[in-house]
Design a protein around this ligand. Sequence first.
Ligand code: SF4
Ligand code: SF4
Length: 102
Amino acid sequence: MDTNLRCDATRCIHNHGNYCYAGRINIDGKLADDIDDTYCSTFKEKDYQQFTSSIGIDSQKPINTHQIKCDALKCIHNDNKLCKADKIKINSGNASCDMFEE
Ligand code: SF4
Ligand code: SF4
């Protein structure tokens, strides 16, 4: 798959096969100083019917890190709210960014 963004938050409507089809996403965590303080605010929980449908597909291709607006300014990968990490993973439990590093 031609993307550097993997997302394990499979309960999100935008998640298909551990890739994100939201088009673009926001990562929150202005004051974050560890991984658990960050989260994908574009996360939207699937309801029962949505679990097997493709309702969350807004883009043809899975997004990559260039399509992130990130408020976690203390992260070493953050450059003026753009993510410069080589690749990232969004975690399953709370949709936090596993690549956050202060
Ligand atoms: S949690 Fe965020 S990165 Fe993951 S699929 Fe949903 S919108 Fe995309
Ligand atoms: S690696 Fe850092 S800059 Fe990139 S999305 Fe995660 S928290 Fe934001």
